[in-house]
Design a protein around this ligand. Structure first.
Ligand SMILES: [Zn+2]
Length: 147
């Protein structure tokens, strides 16, 4: 069992070791906020769970309030980073994944999701459609032959 880190506290973050692997704190059951402590650069990052595993995104345009006072834009406290993570571009796949218009699986549950003008289709549904078309063609060939 991994120890949860209290990355909310600036004092605790100050004492954390520099390491490649981020320190994570749980925000919700599927979202974690991470703190990556590098030698010169530290960053907040957000990690969220999908069917195929975790995905991570670094909050690129802001730094944690380790040395500078949090200002809600370029310097973020833990709470501000959580808010930023939760309000990330609402079109972003994390918060609004695209779904197959046929089976309704999300883009994270399928290998490929093809985008049409008004809808989407996944690799599984495409395969199913090809089988249906192939069967249809076979039946019409058989009908022509039997006629
Ligand atoms: Zn589908």
């Amino acid at each position: 069992m991994m120890m949860p880190f209290n990355i909310q506290s600036r004092e605790v973050r100050k004492r954390l070791e520099v390491r490649e692997k981020p320190y994570f704190a749980r925000v919700t059951s599927s979202i974690h906020l991470g703190y990556r402590k590098g030698k010169s650069i530290t960053r907040w990052l957000v990690r969220w769970r999908t069917k195929s595993g975790y995905r991570t995104r670094v909050l690129e345009d802001a730094v944690p309030d380790d040395r500078l006072r949090a200002n809600g834009s370029s310097v973020l406290s833990y709470q501000q980073a959580v808010i930023r993570a939760m309000n990330m571009d609402t079109n972003d796949a994390i918060w609004n994944p695209k779904h197959c218009s046929f089976c309704n699986k999300s883009q994270f549950e399928v290998k490929v999701l093809i985008t049409g003008p008004n809808n989407f289709i996944c690799d599984e549904c495409t395969a199913l459609c090809s089988r249906i078309v192939a069967e249809h063609e076979q039946r019409s060939t058989e009908r022509q032959r039997d006629a």
